[in-house]
Design a protein around this ligand. Sequence first.
Ligand SMILES: [Zn+2]
Length: 219
Amino acid sequence: MKLLDLSQPVFDGCPNCPVHPRVQARITASHQRDNWHMEELSLASHTGSHIDAPLHKIAGGKSISDYPLQSFVATAVVADFRNISPDTPIDAKLLDSHIHTSIEDAVVLLATGWGDQRASDDNWHFHSPYLSPDGAAWLVSKKARAVGIDHYSIGGSRDPDNCRTHEIILGAGLWVLEDLRFPEEIFALAASQPLQLWALPINFSGFSGSFCRPVIALS
Ligand SMILES: [Zn+2]
């Protein structure tokens, strides 16, 4: 089996949602001093490639541990939006013109190309294309299982759109996969065969989300 890695690296000070805590990794033991090596982490559960469970936006919503593990293994449909401009809302019309297959029970992966621009700067923080509220409603109406994007926020950074998009997706019980990166190979593969995504979260109990290691498993 070959694995195609869709994850972003996590490291001290790595790019992140600007309103989340700074990612810190401190060396607490070193071979030179302790004969062991270890890191202590300070980061949000929504750091690096991660899953949002409904609880992230919906009071009383499902937590990450309320889903059976099997939920995070699914058919993936890649929608290629790499040619759209910064700040563009991905709405129902755009989705309809880019997705020509059933997305029922699938994870729809929105590829904007912004995973390759991941940096702690204003452009990456505030000018990504994003899923609009009406695009979110379209995905729900087509019965998708989940939606992913190669940026830290599925709904971008501006309100009310960001809140509405999260409310619509998470309110319907779908989960969200954020801060992905799409390797070039995925586009040719997506055109020629169904893809299987594995995005297993950490076994966090009752959390609103979890980092994960999203991969496409190729047999
Ligand atoms: Zn999140």
